[in-house]
Structures are given as structure tokens and as C-alpha cells.
Design a protein around this ligand. Sequence first.
Ligand code: ZN
Length: 370
Amino acid sequence: IQVGRTGTLAPVARLAPVTVGGVVVENVTLHNEDYIKGIGNKGEVLREGRDIRIGDTVVIQRAGDVIPQIVDVVLDKRPKSAREFHFPKKCPCPLHTDVVRGETAAGEEESRARCSGEFACPYQKIEHLKLFVSRRAFDIDGLGEKQLQYFFDEGWVKEPADIFTLEKRNSKLKLEEIEGYGATSVRNLFGAIESRRRIALERFIYALGMRHVGETTALALARGYGSWEAFHDACLKVAKGDEEAMAEMDALDQIGDTVIKSIADYFGESHNRGIVERLTGEVEIIDAEKPKSNSAVAGKTVVFTGSLEKMTRDEAKATAERLGAKVSGSVSKKTDLVVAGPGAGSKLAEANKHGVKVLTEDEWLKLIGE
Ligand SMILES: [Zn+2]
């Protein structure tokens, strides 16, 4: 079993070396647990009666640089001693955390098993850290992937909280003595880290790197709970299977079973809870603004199209959302308003087709009272 960077457990078969197209092949991918059993990702039988067992003789194919795969099992050559492979229930990482099979965004069981250790799993740590410092999360200048990898390899930054204690520890670390760093860049880095000690709740939630919790979902959760305390409390309850807390989360716009299960998995893992606790000890999380429900556009679905002259598209979207509107990228019968600037094309035509109300930018600003 190989653990991938996102925590997926990939089974690989070791073969007696064989030459295929001039290349010696010793490893073939087995994709996932179902594949070994001969079941495809839609539940169909891949190779009738031909599950793959330890000791089997197999037909393989190799295409380009991708890792070769098994096409068939030669049943005539299956020895009596051939054994079934039992997929591990624990991750091979030192944490031995439970292996889980999550759900895809469509609500189907994922074909690949993965470690539930997330930030705590040594195989997954660096990927989680990269997301943590990325532009849409903590957005820390001067801590790009290369630097982060270096700090990680040196053991200086093992989890998010460590980033915020770098300066305190620098009398020992002496970052300014690293080749290519220097006093100025170290000062700049510490400045950049300090400036991110205060962070908006939605960014903070996104930065935790929970599966299926992208920016939009993080924003919905932040708006729904308002404060970190309220959200964190709900997460801990959801992880314990508290039905009332689950129902409350489920009632939020854009939040469904997949997200709730993922949050439960994350906060159900004690290593993750520890990482979050140490991190919240270092940062200040700013409450989210609750959308105003008494605005003229609350609950309406709005589409912006064409060029806007008094605001950027992002500003327009943020304002509309703050006022409780839902901003969509495409026009349908469900659209309430289309704000069309110069150069509006197909979306304006769609709006006219469906009889959706169309406003100019100025009319929109007047409507929302700005
Ligand atoms: Zn692991």
C-alpha cells in the first residue's frame, strides 16, 4: 500500500520482473479495493471470477509512462496457495489512523480508501500546509511552496500553529543564516505572518482543508454560524453524532450530507482537534457578517453580466451576497434579476427569453441603496 499526498491508499502489486516493450516491469497499479476484487467503479463485474490474488499469474499492459496495469488473471495458472489480499483497515502511517472511504460530491462512495489523519498524517501534512498558506487561505507572502517544503523538511514547521511561533523560535533557528534568505527577507516573512494573525472566519474554515469544504462552502458555514466558537462547537457535536447539531448544519444553504460527513470525520480525529486547538491559540478569528435579511435583494438569485463600471465583478458579488442574495453564473427560470452592463451577450438574451427582470448597473445600485 502506498499513501498518496492526499492521503489516498493506493495498492500496488509487485511482480516477478518481466520485459514489456523493452522496459522491465516490476510494479503494477491495482487502483483500489474494488478493483482487486474485480469490481468496477459502477459496481459492474470487471473480470468474471477473476479477482486478483497474491501468487496469481496476470496479463499486464503498459501504455506510455503511466504505471502498467493488469488486464486479466490467468486462472489456469492460479496456484492452490494463492491468497486473497485483505485491504488494511489502518493507514500504514505511524499514526495507524482508521482508513475511511468518503463520499464524492455526488454522494457516491469513493472508490479509494484514505487515511483519516488529514493534517496529522505524515504523508498528508505537507499538502495540507501548502493549502493553508495559499492565496485563498492564509495568504502568507514569502512562504511559498519551496520555502514551506524546506521548513517542513527541517522540522521547523510541522503544523499550521508552528508558522506563528517561527519568530519566537528564531533565536535558535536563525533563518537569516539560510542561504538565499538574509535579514531583510526574514523580517518581511515575519511581518507577513504577523499581518495574518487576524483572519476572517470563512478563510479560516477553508484553510483547515476539510474535504468538500471549498471556498463557497466555507463561506456558507461562516455565515451560518457567525463566530468560530459557534462553528467549532457545532463541529464537535456533529463529530459525536449529535442529531440536533447535524440537522442545524443540514438546514444551512449549500450544506448537505457530504460536507457534514466530512466535517464529522475531521473533528472525529483527535489529532486534528489538537492541531486546530493549537492553531486557534495563535490567531484571532474575525466573526462573519451575517447576511442582511431585510434588504431588497435578500433571497433573490442574481446574475451579473457584461462589464461593470462602478465596481469589479468580485465586489459586486460580495455586496450582493452580503445583502443576502445568491449570485449565480448562469441565467435560468430561477433567476430573479440580471444586472447587465455594456457588452452583455448570451446571458442577457437568456434573461429576455425567460422573462427575467434586467437592470442596469445604476438601477442595481439604486435598488440596493448604494
Ligand atoms: Zn496516514
